[in-house]
Design a binder for this molecule. Structure first.
Ligand code: PEP
Ligand code: MN
Length: 337
């Protein structure tokens, strides 16, 4: 249930409503907008329905949220959320480009690429230290050392870093180094991991599972918000379909649907979405035009030597060229870069 308070509701009235809701054993999530305060009431539907929520002084309206996701629903905020990663805000007017290699391979590799992508216009540096690989014989990432190299690249460029956490046992370690946690496609429904990242204060980018529906993605995000962490980004990264010409099928339908269904910012990963270097720019531009708030792109200075995903990495020059075109499309739809 969503309670919208009147513009003239006092702080005492709002505190009173939240306290009463909590005294009934229900959860009250207070969200403050510029004009109004919205209180989300979470708990068993039948229990909520019997409470006289409309009777509190200061209440303007009470609306049931009929969808299975509550905290992530657009109605919960009634406006789009901004999520801050270091000094970068995602979900506001600025269109944000995140870029970097698939894996952190060495200090010089990540620092060199970080400087290149920063110069080209990227605002957030990506790089995996814990890698979810299909084969146990493939490179698994540098772990803690990779995180230290990422921190060094952040120091050298000033860019905040996003990196994947695969396992709850590594969470404290990853939190020491990351500005944003990434939960990968393969872990989208690892509910214990979702709960644990929900208890941290760091922003979390949740990637859509390769066989997950848009609703599944929203339900997984609900786990994170339900633990108190509202700094969540949703990432469309392509799904498995019958198509075999491309690595995945980038579901750009998800962008406008998510923007309508949820207040959370939407990121698109065209790199894993199509998986073929030559086609990544087209899909990146399409993602901007579709209304995404950000794109994440893999870039490598020597793709033929990359320890993972070299075939889909853009070269720094091609990335720079892409950023110029992204800027034009962003401007055409009223966004800044
Ligand atoms: C990645 O971003 O490096 C990654 C492994 O992506 P995904 O979880 O989408 O496969
Ligand atoms: Mn990759």
């Amino acid at each position: 249930m969503i309670i919208v308070t009147r513009p003239d509701a006092t702080e005492e009235q709002i505190d009173h409503i939240a306290a009463r809701i909590r005294s009934w054993g229900l959860k009250a999530e207070v969200s403050r907008g510029e004009m109004r305060v919205v209180i989300g009431v979470i708990g068993p539907e039948d229990k909520i329905r019997e409470k006289p929520l409309g009777a509190f002084p200061g209440v303007e309206s009470v609306t049931p949220v009929l969808k299975p996701y509550k905290l992530v629903a657009y109605e919960f905020r009634g406006r789009h959320s901004h999520v801050q990663i270091g000094n970068v805000v995602v979900g506001a007017r600025e269109f944000v480009v995140m870029a970097g290699p698939c894996s952190v391979e060495s200090e010089s590799q990540i620092t060199t690429i970080a400087k290149e992508v920063s110069k080209a216009g990227a605002r957030v540096l990506r790089g995996g230290a814990f890698k979810p690989r299909t084969s146990p014989y493939s490179f698994q990432g540098l772990g803690k050392l990779g995180l230290q190299f990422l921190a060094e690249a952040r120091r050298a460029t000033g860019m905040p870093v996003i990196t994947e956490v695969m396992d709850t046992k590594d969470l404290d370690l990853v939190c020491e180094y990351a500005d944003c946690l990434q939960v990968g496609a393969r872990n989208m429904q690892n509910f214990s991991l979702l709960r644990e990242v929900g208890r941290t204060k760091l922003p979390v980018m949740l990637k859509r599972g390769m066989a997950a529906t848009i609703k599944d993605l929203l339900m997984s995000a609900e786990y994170i918000l339900n633990e108190g962490n509202f700094n969540v980004l949703l990432c469309e990264r392509g799904i498995r379909t019958f198509e075999t010409m491309t690595r995945n099928t980038l579901d750009l339908n998800a962008v406008p649907v998510l923007k309508a269904e949820t207040h959370l910012p939407v990121v698109v990963d065209p790199t894993h979405g199509i998986g073929l270097r030559e086609f990544i720019p087209s899909m990146a531009l399409a993602a901007v035009a579709a209304g995404a708030d950000s794109i994440m792109v893999e870039v490598h200075n020597a793709p033929e030597q990359a320890k993972s995903d070299g075939e889909q990495a853009l070269l720094p020059n091609d990335f720079e060229d892409l950023v110029g075109r992204v800027r034009s499309v962003a401007a055409a739809i009223g966004r800044e870069m």
